[in-house]
Design a binder for this molecule. Structure first.
Ligand SMILES: Cc1cc2nc3c(=O)[nH]c(=O)nc-3n(C[C@H](O)[C@H](O)[C@H](O)COP(=O)(O)OP(=O)(O)OC[C@H]3O[C@@H](n4cnc5c(N)ncnc54)[C@H](O)[C@@H]3O)c2cc1C
Ligand code: FES
Length: 286
């Protein structure tokens, strides 16, 4: 059963991409990950991002030519905030950059989360399932859903307290019964993986309209399987190694029931039932 829009490609190609100079205004540690805020240059009005779309960040380093893809946590006025983990050379250098450093932002990229039309949104009930830094692209979605009077329940999961992504921010945004927490080490909330509280929620109340999922691929696959078993439509935001970010190089393809799809241009949001999870696992570079 699903009252959620299935117009996942509704924003595909609907906006032209821009490359905008951006200056770092904050770059700080948040437990196990980092928050980067940049102020966009004169053309910031042209970067109209919808929840679920992403940007590619040019690091301004002559030996790191490829831009790095990141979800957008917040975009307000000229300011854009991303949350990042240090995993390789690009993010290591990003961590060490100071205020005032010039970067560039290319976007908006990819499709967006399907959001129920305003006429039918009020009263719908949705689940948001976030694993680790996967909470980032769910933040603007949660705000947009709440603005449409959709009732949102988020299950925020991470390996431990330091990795709970923007826990306080989500606490401020959501009513107390709208947030559940699971940590692998039990340091906050329910001990164990996200599927524990998800099973509980689905057993108690199977009448949600849809679920939006973002996190590590095994977590998304497990959540999607549970949702599917309950007949609950779900959406996932996929991650693949990217080069061009605009659909030209095919380095980011993922296996789906529609064939190989480019995560940067046909996604990153896909209907979970269309993703071929076993093949996706086998074809992951990392
Ligand atoms: C749509 C999308 C949204 C993302 N959102 C976030 C986010 O909000 N926060 C966050 O911390 N990370 C996010 N990532 C992952 C992030 O892009 C990588 O961690 C980052 O590019 C690693 O760069 P690096 O130079 O440190 O790693 P290196 O391994 O040195 O990078 C080498 C090359 O591989 C590419 N690459 C490496 N890992 C990834 C990856 N996982 N996905 C795509 N390209 C990769 C890099 O862009 C670069 O071209 C996202 C990825 C995608 C595809
Ligand atoms: S990154 Fe080039 S096609 Fe997706």
């Amino acid at each position: 059963m699903s009252g959620c829009s299935d117009n996942v490609s509704g924003c595909l190609g609907s906006m032209s991409k821009v490359i905008i100079p951006a200056r770092i205004v904050a770059n700080e540690s948040r437990g196990g990950y980092y928050s980067l805020k940049v102020c966009l240059g004169a053309a910031e009005g042209e970067l109209k991002l919808k929840p679920g779309q992403f940007i590619e960040l040019g690091l301004g380093q002559s030996d790191l030519v490829l831009r790095r893809p990141f979800s957008v946590f917040q975009a307000k006025g000229c300011e854009l905030e991303i949350l990042y983990q240090v995993v390789g050379e690009g993010t290591r250098r990003l961590r060490d950059m100071s205020m005032g450093t010039e970067l560039s932002v290319m976007g908006p990229l990819g499709n967006c989360w399907p959001i129920p039309d305003e006429s039918e949104a009020a009263g719908q009930r949705v689940l948001l399932l976030a694993g680790g830094i996967g909470a980032a692209p769910l933040a603007m979605l949660a705000e947009e859903l709440l603005a449409r009077d959709v009732r949102v329940k988020l299950i925020l999961a991470a390996r431990g307290r330091d990795w709970l992504c923007e826990y306080e921010w989500f606490q401020r945004l959501l009513p107390s019964d709208g947030l559940m927490v699971a940590t692998d080490d039990g340091s906050v909330g329910v001990a164990g993986m996200i599927t524990g509280p998800l099973d509980l929620v689905l057993q108690r109340d199977p009448s949600y309209d849809c679920a939006y999922i973002c996190g590590p691929e095994p977590m998304m696959a497990a959540c999607a399987r549970r949702c599917n078993e309950e007949g609950l439509a779900s959406w996932v935001s996929m991650e693949r190694l990217m080069a061009c970010g605009v659909g030209a190089c095919l380095s980011c393809v993922a296996p789906t029931t529609k064939g190989l799809q480019r995560v940067c241009a046909d996604g990153p949001v896909f209907a979970a039932k269309e993703v071929m999870w076993d093949e996706a696992r086998a074809s992951r570079v990392r």
